[in-house]
Design a protein around this ligand. Structure first.
Ligand code: C2E
Ligand code: MG
Ligand code: MG
Length: 427
């Protein structure tokens, strides 16, 4: 038991919960676990002292205990965290109603030495058997629901299941909206400058897709590319981006802009498909772009997922006369032997390693090794995510060829690019 309140502690509670679940299993009953956490308890503790804090916890536990009849176990798990196990809870509405009763009861002020203290709490709810089958998992789920309740403004409750369904709902919505987005031209291609680290000149751009959503505003690719990959819409999206980007590149070259390449991302989902080659050939044909200006980026994990297929695919693409780069290098567990056999001209160091430069010794060591590796295989090295001049300077000193990142310029619409920008790197 918890010495302060006399309630079951975490150990006893987990034990009782396991028993209750076993019995519920046999009798085909539903259970509910409510996890309650006082809002801003630390402030009370720090400003009024631990003595008042302790008294408050005692009063809270007494008030809560008064709400429950048999078949409900109340426990103090530690700090200002309480758990409530309801042994028979057929529907989610009962659990929600109980949570509301608890919140209402805590809204009444607590009295200390004639002073009134107002508090509030947040509650996370998880259900057996629909959310979890063990006490431990039930607690964990209730905890993530509690986190959600806190993050949407406290003094409320949140359901674990609802959290999941809302998430799934959102995905379904995005998937169906994406189709419309393509048809109604809501997608945009942004371009991020790539600079030569030796002279700081802008030498290339990477095409990055965006979704100009009528209500949500500009949606970044992490929020819709994974969904597009699952629904198969990625093929159309990547084809559209490639077409737009190649047209734009032709326009720039026609305008006399000194650019040596445009880089375009290819989803790993398309990578294994034969059509990729035909699609790229088609875009080059219709736009008339000289393939020497085109660079395709494939992620390291896509290549290593099925190295034999990758090898064949990359060779065929290479025959079109374009260049190939491995994106997010360092995150995909490459086999070095396989890497050596790939017809690839560039490695892009993942921004995760650039972030710690030049101070993080591990990042610095990894970056040095990747640069040496690329050089020894006759490939170019390109670092992503450069946000500070110190990072650019370190990369230059280590022999990295190219850099990309907010420090040089963010991804932006084609017309916003300043072709003459060349922020100095050397001191
Ligand atoms: P990526 O190809 O590795 O692109 C680099 C990402 O890093 C971009 O995010 C870029 O905006 C971001 N970034 C650039 N510089 C910095 C910096 O200094 N600091 C930080 N923190 N971030 C920086 P973005 O545009 O959100 O794209 C995310 C990922 O989505 C891309 O990673 C790429 O894998 C994918 N993606 C983008 N466009 C397309 C596309 O047209 N097709 C496919 N299949 N995937 C795409
Ligand atoms: Mg990329
Ligand atoms: Mg990358």
């Amino acid at each position: 038991h918890d010495p302060l309140t006399g309630l079951p502690n975490r150990l006893l509670f987990t034990d009782r919960a396991e028993q209750a679940l076993a019995s519920a299993q046999v009798h085909k009953r539903g259970c509910a676990l409510l996890l309650l956490d006082l809002d801003h308890f630390k402030i009370i503790n720090d400003s009024l002292g631990h003595n008042v804090g302790d008294q408050l916890l005692k009063q809270v536990s007494e008030r809560l205990a008064g709400l429950f009849g048999p078949g409900v176990t109340l426990a103090r798990l530690g700090g200002d965290e309480f758990a409530v196990l309801v042994e028979s809870c057929p529907q989610v509405v009962q659990a929600a109603a109980l949570a509301q009763r608890i919140l209402d009861a805590l809204r009444e002020p607590f009295i200390f030495d004639g002073h009134q203290l107002f508090i509030s709490a947040s509650i996370g709810i998880s259900l057996f058997p629909s959310d979890a089958l063990s006490a431990e998992q039930l607690l964990r789920n209730a905890d993530s629901a509690l986190f959600k309740a806190k993050s949407v403004g406290r003094e409320g409750y949140a359901l674990y299941t609802e959290e999941l369904t809302a998430h799934a709902q959102n995905r379904v919505e995005i998937a169906s909206e994406l189709r419309r987005a393509l048809e109604q031209q809501e997608l945009r291609v942004y371009y991020q400058p790539v600079h030569d680290l030796h002279n700081s000149r802008l030498i290339g751009v990477e095409a990055l897709v965006r979704w100009q959503h009528p209500e949500r505003g500009l949606v970044p690719p992490v929020e819709f590319i994974p969904i597009a990959e699952r629904t198969g819409l990625i093929a159309d999206i990547d084809a559209w981006v490639m077409d737009q980007a190649c047209r734009q590149m032709c326009q720039w070259l026609a305008d006399g802009v000194q650019l040596s390449f445009i880089a375009i991302n290819v989803s790993s989902r398309l990578f294994a498909r034969r059509e990729l080659y035909e699609q790229v050939a088609q875009v080059l044909h219709t736009t008339g772009l000289d393939p020497a200006f085109l660079e395709l980026e494939v992620t390291e994990s896509a290549v290593m997922e099925d190295p034999e297929v990758a090898l064949e695919q990359l060779h065929r693409l290479r025959e079109l006369g374009l260049r190939l780069a491995i994106d997010d290098f360092g995150t995909g567990y490459s086999s070095l032997l396989r890497l050596k056999r790939l017809p690839v001209q560039k490695l892009k160091i993942d921004q995760g390693f650039v972030a710690g430069l030049p101070w993080d010794e591990d990042d610095a060591a990894i970056v040095r090794v990747v640069i040496a590796l690329a050089k020894s295989m006759g490939m170019q090295v390109h670092a992503e995510g450069i946000e500070q001049v110190e990072q650019a300077r370190f990369l230059l000193e280590q022999g990295c060829d190219m850099g990309q990142g907010y420090w040089f310029g963010r991804p932006m619409p084609a017309q916003d690019i300043d072709w003459h920008r060349a922020p100095p790197i050397q001191t």
